[in-house]
Design a binder for this molecule. Sequence first.
Ligand SMILES: NC(=O)c1ccc[n+]([C@@H]2O[C@H](COP(=O)([O-])OP(=O)(O)OC[C@H]3O[C@@H](n4cnc5c(N)ncnc54)[C@H](O)[C@@H]3O)[C@@H](O)[C@H]2O)c1
Ligand SMILES: [Zn+2]
Length: 705
Amino acid sequence: MRSGLSVVSGRMVPMTTTSAVLADASAYADAVATATKAAAAYYAGGDSALDDDSYDRLVRAIEAYEKEHPDEVLADSPTGKVAGGAAVGDVPHSVPMLSLDNVFSAEQFAAWAAGVERRIGREITAWSVEPKLDGLAIAARYVKGRLTRIITRGDGTAGEDVSHGIDSIEGLPAELAEPYTLEIRGEVLMTTRQFEAANEARTAHGGEPFANARSAAAGSLRAKDRAYKVRMLFFGYGAIPAEHTAEELAERLRTRPHGELMTLVGALGVHTADATEVPNRVVATIDEVQERIAEIGALRAELPFGIDGIVVKADLATDQQDAGFGTRAPRWAIAYKLPAVEKITKLVGVEWNVGRTGVIAPRAELEPVEIDGSTVTYATLHNPADIARRDLRIGDQVMVYKAGDIIPRIEAPVAHLRTGDEQPIVFPEVCPQCGSGIDTSEQRWRCERGRNCHLVASLSYAAGRDQLDIEGLGASRVVQLVDAGLVADLADLFTLTREQLLALDRMGPTSTDNLLAAIERAKAQPLSRVLCALGVRGTGRSMSRRIARHFATMDAIRAADAEAVQEVEGIGPEKSPVIVAELAELAPVIDKLAAAGVNMTEPGATGPAPKGEAEEADERPAGPLDGMTVVVTGAMTGALADLSRNQMNELVERAGGKSSSSVSKRTSMVVAGEGAGSKRTKAEDLGVRLVTPDEFAELLGDLLA
Ligand SMILES: NC(=O)c1ccc[n+]([C@@H]2O[C@H](COP(=O)([O-])OP(=O)(O)OC[C@H]3O[C@@H](n4cnc5c(N)ncnc54)[C@H](O)[C@@H]3O)[C@@H](O)[C@H]2O)c1
Ligand SMILES: [Zn+2]
C-alpha cells in the first residue's frame, strides 16, 4: 500500500498497526489534504473521519516527509501550526494562545525537563502538574469583574468571538468575586453527563448525535440559535493581564507562581481542576512529577469528564520567562499524553444476551480495534431505546471509548462516514434465549419468564433431540412445568409424578403416560448426552462426547482436576479450570440425577489408564474406525435413515473415529448420503475414500445395534 493507508469505500482509513510512510509527493499532498480536512472538522466541532491516534500518525508521517524534502513543504501543511492551521478568527489575542508540545513516556518527559533546565541554566524546583482537559481552549475577558467576551483559540493569534455561548457554560461566573479586569484562560468541555444530555436533546430535535464529548463541546460552543440548550463546563488554567488591568494586579499575574494564580482564579469563583478529584499540584522533583502523572492517569477512567493527558508546567514565573515561547507552544510546559481511549471502528453486529434476571441486553460486536493497551471486540449498548436514540446501524463507523478496566462503550456513529450500505439493527421479537415473549414496557427489555428464563432455556435444550431426547417435552411444555413450580432444575424432571402432570392444562392421560415413558427412556442415555444436557459452560456436543469417552464415568470426570481434564483432546489450560468449576457447581444436580436413576456411564469407554500404565491404555478393543477422521454429508438412508447428524457423529466416535464437518487432506473417509454436494466433490478432488450409508452401516456392524 502506497502510504500505509488503505482506501475503503473511497475513503482513507488509517491502519491501526502500521505508521504511515509517505512514498512520494502525491502521497504527501494527499496526506496534507486529509489532515487539513480532519482538523477543520475537529476544531469546528464536526465529526472528523479520523480518531486522534490516526490523525497524530498522519501528522507524524507528514513531518517525516517534510524533514526529508524540506523544499517540497506545502503552504497548507498542518505541521508547526496551532490547530494545524485549521482554525481561524478575527478577534486578536493580546498574548498568543498556543498549543502544547507532547511527550509520551517517562524518558521523553525527563529528557524534555532536562532540556528546559539547560536552556534556563538552572534547576527547576517547582513543577505544576494538572490534568489535560479534553475540550477546547477559550479566553474569557473580564472587565471590572464582569464577563464581557469569550474568544476561541483560533489560529493562536486571533480567535472567534463565541460570547453567544456564555449562558451555556458553567464554572465561568458572570461576575467575579473581585472587580478585576483580566483575562482568564481555560478549557470548555462537556462532562459525561452533559454530553449524554446534549445528545439526547440534539437527537430529539432530529439531529445526528455527536461522536464524542469533545466534538460536542466544540460544535455547541460555535453554534448559534439552536432550538435546544446544552450545558458545558469551564476549567480555568491560566490568568493574564488584559487592557486596563490595574498595574498592581498585572504585576501579580506576571510574577506569581502558576499554582498560586490557580488558587486566585478559584477564589474569584471560576471553576478549576482544584474542585475535582484531580486537583493541580505543585511538586519539587521530576520523580514527584512522575508519581503525580501516574496518580492522575489511574483516576482517568472514573473522572466525570475527559482528559487526554497531564500538563506539566514550570511553576515559577521567572522560570517561565526565561524559557520563553516557541511559535506553536510555550517552552516551559509540556503535555504528557495518555494513550488514546477513543478509536473509530466498525459496528459489525449486535448480539442479544439474556442476563440472570431475564434482562435482554444488546451487545455491540466490533471490528477488533486496539484501545488503551487491549483489543476491543465488544462494547455495551444500553437498551433498545438507546440504540434508536443514537440511530446506530450495522456497518456504521462508530467512536468507541475504553479506559482502564471499564467496559468499552460506543459513543456514537460517525454519521458522515456512512456509505448507504448500513443496515438497521433488528430487535428481537421473542426472548433470544427461551423463546418466551418480551416485556418491553420499560427501557430495559426483559424476558417474560424473568429469572426462570435460563431454566426454561436450559431444560428445553436438555430435552432436545441431541441431548436427552425426551419426546413430548417441547419449549411450551417446559414453560408450563416451570411456571407451575414443578421443576427447578434438570433432575426434577426425573421425579415428576403422574398426578402432577395430569393436573396441568392440556395434559390428558395419554400424553402424560407418553411423557413419563420418554423421561424413563432418557435415564438410559449415555453419559455424553447427560453431560451435554447439563450445559457445562465451554462444552458442546462433541466436547461432551470426548470428555465422556475419555473418562467413561461421571465419577471419574468429577474426580478429575484441571490437569487431568486437559488430557481430553481440545481442552486447553484456559478451558479446563472452567469445566472443573462448573462441574463442582453442578454437583447437587448431578447427585440428584444419579439418585433418580439416570445413567452415569459411557457405553464402550474404559476410562483413562491409571498412572504408570499408559502403555497398556492402547489395549482397548479396537473400533472399526480407529484413528480415522470421518465426515458425514447428505441424507442418510437404510439402517442409518433415522439418525440425526449428531447421532452419526456419536456413532463415528463410538467406533473409534473422529467426527469432523469439513473435508480436507486429513479426512480418512466421507460418508456421502443422498443429495451430498460440495463435500462429496471435494472428497473426490482430494481422493478421499467415499462410502455410501449402506457401506458405512456394514462397516460398523455390531455397533449399530
Ligand atoms: N481527530 C482529528 O481529526 C484531529 C484533528 C486535529 C487535531 N486532533 C487532536 O488534537 C490534538 C492537538 O490539538 P491541539 O494543538 O489543539 O491541542 P493539544 O491537545 O495538543 O494541547 C494544547 C491544548 O491543551 C489544552 N489544555 C487542556 N488542559 C490544559 C492545561 N491544564 N493547561 C494548559 N492547556 C491545557 C489547551 O486547550 C491547549 O490549547 C491532538 O491530540 C490531535 O490528535 C485531532
Ligand atoms: Zn427468556
